[in-house]
Design a protein. Sequence first.
Lengths: 342, 342
Amino acid sequence: MSSERQLDVLRAIVQDYVRSREPVGSRNLVERHNLGVSPATIRNDMAALEDSGYIAQPHTSAGRIPTDKGYRMFVDQISSLKPLSTAERRAITGFLEGAVDLDDVLERSVRLLAQFTQQVAVVQYPSLRRSALRHVELVPISTTRLMVVIITDTGRVEQRVVEMPEELDSAVLGELRARINALGAGRELPGLRTALDGLEDVFEPHERTMVTEVTKAVLDTVGEDVEERIVMAGTANLARSDTDFTRTITPVLEALEEQVVLMRLLADMAEEAATTELAVRIGHETSSERLSETSVVAGGYGGTGADAIAQVGVLGPTRMDYPNTMAAVRAVARYLSRILSA
Amino acid sequence: MSSERQLDVLRAIVQDYVRSREPVGSRNLVERHNLGVSPATIRNDMAALEDSGYIAQPHTSAGRIPTDKGYRMFVDQISSLKPLSTAERRAITGFLEGAVDLDDVLERSVRLLAQFTQQVAVVQYPSLRRSALRHVELVPISTTRLMVVIITDTGRVEQRVVEMPEELDSAVLGELRARINALGAGRELPGLRTALDGLEDVFEPHERTMVTEVTKAVLDTVGEDVEERIVMAGTANLARSDTDFTRTITPVLEALEEQVVLMRLLADMAEEAATTELAVRIGHETSSERLSETSVVAGGYGGTGADAIAQVGVLGPTRMDYPNTMAAVRAVARYLSRILSA
DNA sequence: AATTAGCACTCTAAGGGTGGGAGTGCTGGA
DNA sequence: TCCAGCACTCCCACCCTTAGAGTGCTAATT
């Protein structure tokens, strides 16, 4: 279907277009890459590539632009990523090792990734579905209000304030905390409901409403239906990268603000990344209208393959520098994994 | 220096310009506002206003545009804000009462405000300088790592992981937690250092390194030099509002991303808002080059006047609808105050 | 003294025509 | 299979022109 040289041509077109952002013609192509043949020959290859749907021309008598399918082919052809320079790696370690808690680690990672790639970076918090309970703390806030603080083995700290129907009894509270921790600590969060199942029965009948309220709060906070959290950085890079704002940037900003689109996309990509370390979605592959000119590169961290605890990624125009972006994402994902497992 | 009618003219110019985003001329002005005089008269007033620096023309033979000074005059002339409609107020209460913790309250508030004003909204977390300690919890994470969780009376939950030089002793840990809480609970955070001063002396010499590490972590986390946190929403509105992207939007996005600029600005404005309930900075008054075409409206919440615990605000182009924006900010600030004091 | 009609003037933004240039596809020969 | 040459297409940048909106000034009016 496509000769070896045609693949070379496609590769060259992608590279040049990423550089120049302008349709690339046969003449310039042979000048910049030593393909060893004349422009006319390239034109034939281009015609073939266009027939196969890998490239397109904005209008007759313009150069060619890669299509989503073309980028896909290009990405799939990449066999190995060249590792980051030592300077870059030093930047990562230096920047990340100063972090004091999970929020801080994620915040720094995402900023770093945004700066490296000059695009929008995003990181998921460790999924609650893949975390276990470390500790539950019950802190009275007033006579009838209680703050439930939940700490997971992945370092997440979640909180919730519960309004109690009656006054709090600190002795009962202490016992409740001890029992919840005894029953729940170390458990995977999705299984927490069953772990805490018969908890009420241990308490006196008049104490049970409190017990029910608290367990309900705990399960609500880390339950199956809680949405994942994400952090972003580099939205300003969006504006820098492109000139055609209204059409491309605005919808992307909107999608980012809603977050839901992105969270689902990352969840989808997690499955892919389980086998390949990195997942790439190009243009329409994001299956979101508003991201139809956007590509996403994501990789799991905090566990290899299917054990990954969450995703980091980068989001940019379909005409991004895939090799470098992929290398950066992979590097940050690996460093994140290392730091979190320490 | 300026007659009553000239003020009317200025007001009319501001209103029309905010609506149309186009320089407003004398003819249109008299048509839309019944000023009772002819265009020629208005032109004289306009010339006077221009001499005084309240308006300017983009080029000869164009209409007039308000200057920062003009907007300032306009805003200072506003004597009373018309309250929100009942529908809007209902939206606020309905949306905010579902919140389960501080993060949630702030998140919802800022989104609501962004949606109301169709601009960028921002809210500070309650300042640690103005919060008191509610509770400190020490959760062992491994044999040598400890998570310090700090809860303030304003509902903030801060955390930090501490690496210990030696193995943790749970009995000592329990005592340390009890003593920190006994000494610190209820204290204003800025005074926490002195409150915990002689803490080490109570412990055995070999336990003291641990005590020092933990108190250091506590003080580092809520100390004077910790930067304030802010949350934003509505950045996508930026792109919607304006057409001249590269010049106005990009620098604003960059400034927002850095956050530092904005945090300092809000801190500055807090002092103003202490006496006037709302503070407004127009264009260059933000004293940031990148925000030179941006205005900020902010108000304190969680305490009246100088007791305010933090700021909420809205950020938009200098040609924003000041009355409505100010009304929205004030409303959200008041609701926030009410909810947090409950 | 303030207001206003009239008028000449200025400047922009939009429309329309033009030419250069880049790029293509095709054909016929090596 | 490759490639030189060529006719063709189409965009884009440029210039020119014009319509329109708005101004400032002057002289007349209230």
